[in-house]
Ligand binder design. Sequence first.
Ligand code: NAD
Ligand code: UD1
Length: 339
Amino acid sequence: MRVLVTGGAGYIGSHTVVQLVAAGHEPVVVDSHVNSRPSVLPRLEELTGTRIESHGFDLRDADATSALLGEGGFDAVIHFAGLKAVGESGRSPLEYYDNNLGTTFALLRAMGRHGVGTLVFSSSATVYGEQAPVPYREGHEPLVSSSPYGRSKVMQEQILRDVAATGAVRVALLRYFNPVGAHPSGRIGEDPQGIPNNLMPFIAQVAVGRRERLQVFGGDYPTADGTAERDYIHVEDLAAGHVAALDHLRDHPEIRVREWNLGGGRGTSVLEMVAAFEAASGRPIPYDVVDRRAGDLPAFWADASRAEVELGWRATRTIEQMCADTWRWQSANPQGYPA
Ligand code: NAD
Ligand code: UD1
């Protein structure tokens, strides 16, 4: 399949591009580079041994998006492009709604105009909100979220369901848990701009000496060691989940829209992650336990059985592999990608 990968220069998109090529598909990247570097693209060509067609524009440019899809030959779209920082979304809600909904509108219109009928969408466990029973199951309702970022995902899921109901497009809604890790080559990985919001890149930057100490947000949660538990998933497993979803939609034309959790199905605490990273890197991770971060939940993880039964997919990589691969990327690229 010739697959348009929006946000394909970003963290999850870049890893998925490599796996699409390995699976015999032909990915085409479009990315505005609002949160990525064009220098990832030659590395994708190096890893795949093939030329990767790529386009640098903002998907909200409806004419450019339509012109690209109008070139023809596309069988499907994987839509990663979006802004994703929870805290920033509270400070700039309009920017988040505009970008995340606007890219989806432009894409859906262009897909409709040019007869591209298959879409795989990056959703998030954040759509389960604060009340859903753990483990999270796909059938849970209502979908709610506590941040503008999360609400933009809830809204995009709803818009995609409504458009799918008309028969115009068939959609996989993939709800990611906590993606971490990197390609085992160490050539591509997560490269957050500024101070990392998320745990794994922060730990990695402490280990490599870019930051002094980790702050552990909350030591008084009702968990075994008092720190919060999350369902970390290796980005390579996550990328494989996209290939599985794409193949599944192709093989099951009766599906109009379906949600799948992509998670490992178990919780790991902040301190367990710190210990695993110290072991993988051989570096100490000094930390202070500080107050809880507003909006954080004590513990959640996926019920990942639907993806296993229906897609034949499951996360196989361990916490140790997640840390080892993150460390290989971080230590070889201490400042991330070149500008
Ligand atoms: P990322 O920021 O690394 O990748 C997103 C890419 O989209 C970036 O390269 C960015 O430049 C591009 N982009 C953003 N707006 C664009 C626009 N208007 N036009 C063209 N390109 C645009 O993020 P990621 O971690 O790879 O996440 C990919 C998707 O998965 C996002 O939709 C995100 O919300 C979702 N997601 C991520 C996580 C996570 O923890 N990483 C968890 C759940 C869901
Ligand atoms: C966060 C987002 C979530 C998003 C997900 C994507 C919030 C409230 N939630 O989830 O919507 O889908 O990222 O990856 O931002 N931690 C520390 N110190 C740090 C950073 C994190 O102790 O410096 C802790 C957090 O309190 C949390 C755990 O580590 O318990 C994981 O944090 P993080 O990586 O930010 O992910 P989430 O909070 O699960």
